[in-house]
Design a protein around this ligand. Structure first.
Ligand code: MG
Length: 365
């Protein structure tokens, strides 16, 4: 099975409710879709959203990096030569992590199809059912409480509450949601870099003293402030998780070695794809540090790939934050991964098992 050609499409899915974090408000999922064609007629799919504020990439930069730099190095190559293909992808261009991720996802999809097995089985296998949390956007307190209770009614057992706007108001938001939830779900916080290190310690100590128990607190301070992450991690009881501070295996390793975070959030769009996500999980396993697998606000193509990794590395990826397919008004992607609110199940379809992508607007390059 040799790589022959590549095409691109755009996939848009309107959200049920606007996604609001300390950094941005988004109303729809909008992904570049990579369609990788082979000489055997098999097609591999990958995707990437533009998250300029996190990876520095736009739809245009993702397409350009793949079409002009990464893909030309892959033409004519054998899918069975997986490790060399991922090395080529990672070495073709510096940074551009989401472009690399979209390309790797398509290559791994084809690798699964070549051996007629779902990707997670080729990555080592595991229990094919995992459970995700759901995101509660930052908003008025009443709205956040209402969203939290709705999520519990849908069967979610873990809520990821977006905060990081204003420390005093955030404390009120968290207390209100925590009290309304009343032990029916675990509470994770994601401050999306919205607090300073001192504010974080103050907020978390106030919450801890008032009896609010948090499963973890994600990226309270600026991503590039590793000292700040360490400062917070040393001073609070709540486990601190690195998201925007952790990109590839090197950054994850440094965070772990410096004890600057208790947990690492792995996202394919930050690691540059599946090969590095596996490396991070393996590094974390060496040190006994738990990982979360997360995703950007992105289509269920990339999220499906993340689900396969979560299953194969479940012993160290103990937390799953793959809720974006259930945030969309519908899911135009039919794949081997079934997203049913909190429950994610992987079927035996080969690779990612993608059979249909509705609403895909093909690009003429
Ligand atoms: Mg985050």
């Amino acid at each position: 099975m040799k790589i022959k050609s590549i095409r691109f499409g755009m996939l848009r899915v309107p959200l049920k409710t606007p996604f609001k974090t300390a950094m941005r408000t988004v109303k729809e999922i909008e992904d570049v879709v990579v369609i990788m064609e082979t000489d055997t007629g098999h097609i591999g799919y990958g995707s990437a959203p533009a998250t300029a504020v996190i990876t520095g990439e736009t739809h245009g930069s993702i397409i350009e990096a793949i079409n002009k730099i990464i893909f030309p190095a892959l033409i004519g190559r054998d899918i069975e030569d997986l490790n060399n293909l991922t090395n080529t992808i990672q070495g073709a261009i510096v940074r551009n992590f989401s472009a690399k991720a979209a390309t790797e996802i398509a290559v791994y999809d084809l690798y699964g199809q070549l051996y007629n097995a779902p990707l997670y089985k080729l990555l080592g296998g595991g229990d094919n059912v995992i459970t995700t949390d759901i995101t509660i956007s930052v908003d008025y307190i009443d709205k956040m409480v209402e969203d939290a209770l709705d999520a519990i009614d849908l069967g979610f057992e873990t809520l990821k509450i977006k905060v990081g706007k204003d420390p005093a108001l955030d404390i009120e938001r968290i207390k209100a949601v925590y009290n309304a939830v009343n032990d029916r779900a675990l509470i994770r916080l994601d401050a999306n870099q919205g607090w300073t290190p001192k504010q974080t310690v103050s907020v978390l100590r106030t919450l801890e003293d008032s009896g609010v128990r948090l499963e973890l607190v994600e990226q309270p301070v600026r991503g590039d402030d590793i000292e700040g992450m360490k400062y917070v991690t040393e001073r609070v009881h709540s486990p601190i998780m690195a998201d925007e501070s952790s990109f590839g295996p090197k950054e994850a390793n440094e965070l772990i070695r410096n004890r600057a975070a208790d947990i690492i959030n792995i996202k394919l769009m930050k690691t540059g794809g599946i090969s590095n996500a596996i490396k991070i999980a393996d590094i974390a396993a060496v040190y006994g540090v738990d990982c979360m697998i997360g995703c950007m606000l992105e289509s269920s193509i990339g999220v499906a790939a993340a689900a396969h990794i979560a299953v194969a590395k479940a012993s160290i990826i103990t937390k799953v934050d793959l809720d974006t397919p259930s945030l969309g008004q519908y899911d135009p992607v039919k794949s081997g991964v079934r997203f049913n609110n909190a429950e994610i199940t992987i079927t035996d379809l080969p690779g990612l098992g993608i059979s249909e992508i509705g609403n895909l607007t093909m690009l003429d390059l």
